[in-house]
Design a protein around this ligand. Structure first.
Ligand code: HMG
Length: 335
């Protein structure tokens, strides 16, 4: 790398690091050398979070093709489906068919969402190796999304995780509304931290912080991560930003600077939660890959391949292709 550029990059990262309090710097082994910044795991949630809110029911074959294409782009984790009630989320009714028909690669993890024992049974029958349970940091959202209180949801998750872990199925946890709730507004970061800790205590190996309605800003995201990581190690945390206010990439940058190394994203920025009206798509995987490449992080994801898939699925859904990095990448291919 050009020496001048390297030194400019280095001083930029040193400036960023100097904004991190000493106490945090100590336990976040956070490199300042752009050459050794390391690996960021991308959790692709397009086939689940991206599609669950689509009104037009997609054929299982299209979802299978989407996942197979994503599998060819270098992603290590692709959330494939959701074993929830089809009455609640009709788009996910074909999850068993989708999961069984995808061409699974040995080095890719294909987790699915599971809210209760019924969902776990269905996942087990399909041979699923990883599930994700999803809690909320707001009572109102928990009631809308899961039809029960936060404490009742944990009774379900406790049964689900215990059974799953006994069978060797790993469990990831989500917390929704970490930076705001569509029904209650402000959410206290210490409440989020408590919910994260509970998920960790159940045996979740990783907890994803969901900004369900995309209201977060970089400083609020930093504050949240600092609060939560006092209870759950930062290495066990992921971030999951929706882009409702166009802040997702800035928030991810802030999260990376705090030491987060797992980022959820959705191809073509698809997505939205059926129980969070007005919440727009997730941050686009293409935009995250472009950011990571620019910062010198490795993700293993091929920007051209993921952009081709983003452009393809947008056409299938008759939507404009909304990823800026994806659009630019595709237009370069066609030059
Ligand atoms: C949890 C329930 C089921 C409770 O819903 P309920 O109505 O209280 O459940 P129930 O036990 O009374 O069952 C009602 C019916 O659903 C069936 N049922 C019950 N469970 C299942 C199941 N697992 N699979 C298939 N069917 C199921 C059950 O058999 C019954 O069928 P019926 O007897 O009426 O014919 C419901 O509220 C539900 O499915 N909620 C899921 C909502 C959802 O998927 N939301 C989106 C995902 S979360 C999200 O997007 C946020 C996230 C993770 O991305 C992070 C972020 O951005 O914040």
């Amino acid at each position: 790398m050009n020496l001048k550029l390297l030194s400019a990059k280095k001083s930029f990262f040193c400036r960023e690091l100097s904004k991190t309090p000493l106490s945090l710097r100590k336990f976040r082994s956070f490199s300042t050398d752009p050459e050794t910044l390391g690996f960021v795991k991308i959790v692709e949630v397009g086939p689940r979070d991206g599609l669950q809110n689509e009104k037009t029911l997609l054929d299982a074959e299209v979802k299978v093709e989407l996942i197979n294409r994503l599998s060819d782009s270098g992603l290590g984790v692709i959330e494939a489906a959701s074993f929830v009630s089809p009455k609640w989320v009709p788009q996910m009714a074909s999850s068993a068919q989708v999961y069984t028909n995808i061409k699974k690669k040995h080095n890719i993890n294909y987790p699915v969402l599971v809210p209760n024992e019924k969902g776990l049974e269905a996942a087990i029958n399909c041979g699923v190796k990883e599930i994700a349970v999803f809690a909320a940091a707001s009572e109102s959202f928990s009631n809308k999304n899961l039809n029960c209180s936060i404490s009742k949801s944990f009774e379900n998750f406790s049964l689900v995780t215990m059974k799953a872990l006994k069978l060797g199925i790993t469990v990831r946890g989500y917390v929704s509304c970490v930076l705001g709730c569509p029904y209650e507004g402000y959410v206290d970061p210490s409440v989020v931290a408590d919910v994260c800790l509970k998920l960790q205590d159940l045996g979740c190996y990783e907890i994803s912080l969901g900004d369900t309605i995309g209201v977060g800003t970089p400083e609020k995201s930093r504050h949240l991560i600092r609060t939560v990581s006092k209870k759950v190690p930062i290495t066990n945390l992921a971030v999951h930003f929706h882009d409702t206010y166009g802040q997702a990439i800035a928030n991810i940058y802030a999260a990376l600077m705090e030491g987060i190394r797992t980022v959820d994203s959705s191809v073509a920025g698809l997505g939205g939660c059926p129980y969070a009206k007005g919440a727009s798509g997730n941050v686009a995987t293409e935009d995250v890959v472009y950011l990571l490449n620019g910062l010198g992080f490795q993700s293993g994801v091929d920007l051209v391949e993921i952009a081709k898939t983003g452009s393809w699925i947008s056409k299938i859904l008759s939507k404009p292709y909304s990823s800026k990095a994806g659009q630019a990448t595709i237009s370069k291919i066609h030059q």
